[in-house]
Design a protein around this ligand. Structure first.
Ligand SMILES: *Cc1c(COP(=O)(O)O)cnc(C)c1O
Length: 405
C-alpha cells in the first residue's frame, strides 16, 4: 500500500492511499493534522516517530540533478519543513530563511529589478521600512508609501512601472485591515504582483492566497516559532515565483541552519493549538478592556467597534492574538506596564507568554512626535501580545495594575 500527500485543485492538502492500481482514496486534512504531519522526514533507518536531523553540509554527488547543499535551501530538513509551510499557506512551494527580514529582503530582491516601482503601505514593520528606504535606492528600485489602507489609497500610488504591491494586514500596532481581495484585483488589472507580511495573522487565521495574493511572508520568529527562542522567516507562493526568488536567494545566502529548521518543525506542530487559543483569549480580553473605565480605546479586528471589522470577518478565520489599547488621558502607560507581574514588559511578540510594550517608547521611538501623532500612535498606546496563560490570570494581573494607577 502506497500513500503520500498532495495539494488538491481546491488548494487543500489531501492524502492519497493507493490500495491497488485502480483504487485511490483521498482524504482532506485539517489544520492540526497539517501542522503535526505534513513534510515530516521519514526515518527509514530506525523508524523513529519524528524527523531525523541532517546536519550534513556535504552530500554524495550523483549527477547534475541533485546537488544538495544547505545554502541551496534543499537540505532534507529545509525541504521537508518548506512543504509544511507551503501546505499551511495553500501554496505550491515555500522557502525557509534565517529571519523574517531575510525572507523579505531575499523575496523583494528576487522579484524586482532596476527601474521597477513598488507600492508599500503607510505603516509597516520598522525593519522592512528601513530595508526599503536604505537599500532600494542602491539598486535603482523606486517606491511610494500609501496615505491609508484602503484600495483607493493603493490605487493612488500606482505608476506605469509599478511591479509589486506590498501589504501588511493586520498592521502593527493599530491592527488596520486591508481588503486582500480588492488589492489582488487592483494588482491583476495593473499587471503587478502582490506580497503580504502575514505575520500578525499567522497561517492559522488568514490564508491570503485564497483572496488572490501571490507571495506570503512570515516572520517565523513569531507565531510559527511561538516560544521566543527561534529566529526564522518564510516565503510561500507559486512554483514559478518561488523559483525566481530561489535564484536570488542562493546568491544572498540567507538560509536557516538545519538545527533551527528542526526546532522550528517541532514548534509548528503545535502552532494551530497555540494560535487558536491565543486568538480566543485575545478576543475576550479585547472585549473586557473595551468595557474598562480606565481604557480609552481598544484596537482589535475581532471587535465590532473596529472600523474594518467587516473586512476582517470576510478574510480572517480568527482575529489573532495581538491587540492594542490606549489608556484614558492622564494615566501613565509606562507605570501601568511596570505594575504588571505576569504579563512581561518586553520586545517582540507571539510567544506562549503574554508580553506588552509601548510603541512610542520602542518600535516608533525614532519617529518625531508629529509623525507619531499623524499615525495615531499616542504615548498612552500599548501593544499587547496574548500568550497561552489562563485568561483569568491575565485579567487578574491587568486588574491589579489598573488599581495602582
Ligand atoms: C518581527 C517581524 C518582522 C521581522 O522578522 P524578524 O524575524 O525579526 O527578522 C517582520 N514583520 C513583522 C510584522 C514582524 O512582527
Amino acid at each position: 500500500m502506497k500513500f503520500g500527500y498532495y495539494l488538491g485543485k481546491d488548494c487543500q492538502i489531501r492524502i492519497f492511499i493507493m490500495q491497488n492500481k485502480k483504487q485511490m482514496n483521498t482524504t482532506k486534512f485539517g489544520i492540526n493534522t497539517i501542522c503535526a504531519h505534513i513534510g515530516e522526514v521519514k526515518d527509514t533507518q530506525y523508524k523513529g516517530a519524528i524527523s531525523p536531523l541532517y546536519m550534513a553540509t556535504s552530500y554524495a554527488y550523483d549527477g547534475m540533478d541533485s546537488k544538495r547543499y544547505p545554502r541551496c535551501f534543499n537540505s532534507p530538513n529545509q525541504e521537508a519543513l518548506a512543504k509544511k509551510v507551503a501546505a499551511l499557506e495553500q501554496c505550491e512551494a515555500a522557502l525557509i530563511f534565517g529571519s523574517g527580514m531575510a525572507a523579505i529582503s531575499h523575496a523583494l530582491l528576487g522579484l524586482l529589478q532596476m527601474g521597477d516601482h513598488v507600492v508599500f503601505p503607510e505603516t509597516m514593520y520598522g525593519g522592512a521600512y528601513n530595508f526599503i528606504v536604505k537599500e532600494f535606492p542602491k539598486y535603482g528600485i523606486a517606491f511610494s508609501f500609501t496615505k491609508g489602507f484602503s484600495m483607493e489609497h493603493f490605487r493612488n500610488e500606482l505608476q506605469p512601472n509599478t511591479k509589486l504591491i506590498y501589504l501588511e494586514s493586520p498592521s502593527n500596532p493599530l491592527m488596520k485591515i486591508t481588503d486582500l481581495e480588492m488589492i489582488a484585483k487592483l494588482a491583476k488589472g495593473n499587471d503587478c504582483i502582490t506580497m503580504i507580511d502575514n505575520t500578525f495573522a499567522s497561517p492559522i487565521n488568514q490564508n491570503p492566497v485564497a483572496f488572490g495574493i501571490d507571495i506570503i511572508m512570515h516572520s517565523a520568529t513569531k507565531y510559527m516559532g511561538g516560544h521566543s527562542d527561534i529566529s526564522a522567516g518564510t516565503i510561500s507562493g507559486s512554483q514559478e515565483h518561488m523559483d525566481k526568488i530561489w535564484n536570488t536567494a542562493i546568491n544572498l545566502g540567507g538560509h536557516l541552519s538545519d538545527f533551527t529548521v528542526w526546532m522550528l518543525e517541532r514548534s509548528m506542530k503545535t502552532m494551530a493549538l497555540r494560535v487558536k487559543r491565543q486568538s480566543k483569549t485575545a478576543k475576550k480580553i479585547a472585549q473586557w478592556l473595551e468595557q474598562h473605565e480606565q481604557v480609552a480605546k481598544v484596537y482589535y479586528p475581532g471587535l465590532k467597534s473596529h472600523p474594518d471589522y467587516a473586512i476582517a470577518k470576510k478574510q480572517m478565520s480568527g482575529y489573532g492574538g495581538m491587540l492594542s489599547f490606549e489608556l484614558k488621558e492622564g494615566l501613565d502607560a509606562i507605570a501601568f506596564m511596570r505594575a504588571l507581574h505576569l504579563v512581561k514588559y518586553s520586545m517582540s511578540l507571539a510567544g506562549v507568554e503574554s508580553t506588552i510594550l509601548s510603541p512610542a517608547e520602542t518600535s516608533h521611538y525614532l519617529l518625531s512626535q508629529e509623525e507619531r501623532d499623524s499615525q495615531g500612535i499616542s504615548d498612552g498606546l500599548l501593544r499587547f501580545s496574548i500568550g497561552i496563560e489562563e485568561r483569568k490570570d491575565i485579567i487578574a494581573d491587568l486588574e491589579q495594575a489598573f488599581a495602582q494607577l
